[in-house]
Design a protein around this ligand. Sequence first.
Ligand code: GAR
Length: 208
Amino acid sequence: MKNIAVLVSGGGTNLQALIDAEHDGKIPNGKISLVIASKDGVYALERAKTNNIPSMVIPRKEYADVASYTRAVTDALIEAKADIVVYAGFMTILDSHITEAFPYKMVNVHPALIPSFCGKGYYGLHVHEEALKRGVKLSGATVHFVTEECDGGPIILQKAVEVKNGDTPETLQKRIMEQAEWKILPEAVRLLCEDKVTVKDGIAVVEE
Ligand code: GAR
């Protein structure tokens, strides 16, 4: 059984999708054993509490720089014996100290089809604002390994979602969450827990 740690910064609907998948037996080889929030008071922490999942807050604002914050988060994950780390709406950039400690053991869900609308500055609703500005007819979500390059790690799963006339960033975000993120994130975590994802020459290969 793999210990899954989930990093959050907000509402935690992706955390909820993972909790529901675990409860429904869809992640048979994994258990969510820790939730770490980058700020206090976020609703994701309530979701952890309701489901009796240990949680902690490591407040970003209490650390002077990315390096010291990365060390604090990495230490907590090592202490908790995390096997797999999931960025589920985690809005803080960490440095290579953590990717070296958990090589190809960390995944992020991004609300667009990478390599579109990704990288520094593309997070949350901004991603959907930019997609609508560009007029794309398809967007979606991507689950990828976390590496030192922001949103640049090997892609594990993607799912496309239609953009509709009259969409706002909020309606597009909701459709992408419902139709893509909440499905592919638990599925990617299941695959990782079953050791079904390998990386060869920078490309993730999913065995089914
Ligand atoms: C999700 O749409 C997630 O893909 C996005 O933030 C939202 C968090 O929602 N993450 C990023 O933009 C990371 N670059 P949640 O807290 O309800 O899961």
